[in-house]
Design a binder for this molecule. Sequence first.
Ligand SMILES: [Zn+2]
Length: 166
Amino acid sequence: MKRVVEINLINASTNVPVKAKNHPDFAIKLARRAGRRGEIPVAALVLHNDSVISAASNRVEELRDSSAHAEILALRLAHSRMGNERLEQCDLLVTLEPCTMCTGMAVQARIRKIFYLAREKKIPAAEKILTLDRHGHIPQLIYLSHYAPKAEALMTDFFLALRQVR
Ligand SMILES: [Zn+2]
């Protein structure tokens, strides 16, 4: 069963709240800043009632911590801000399709929807894990394809620049 809903915001259905249209640009901006700090440019937001309750970008290099992915940091912050280990009414917006670890945490946190802007081409983790259908709770995956060119360019430019440095 295919669980990914693809939404191009230009022809968006009512599935995405109007205000959410600003959030992807904010996430892209945060991700770009992370790239300037030498981190892989990924940022994540946790949304509650369509307001941003936490935001984070990758800090793997800075913290020397392989788990310091944007999603993990944003979800942890959201837990503490909501004072709740369950984020049932919250959505996660991330600039790149989440990896296995982050998808796992989103499932554990009972995130309602995962919006992502660029597809992870090598290992499409979230799409694979969430099609297994073994979890009691499965976040709905929503690919915001309208933002894909911007979000993909962020990654491509980062790795291109990295290769030129080496
Ligand atoms: Zn991750």
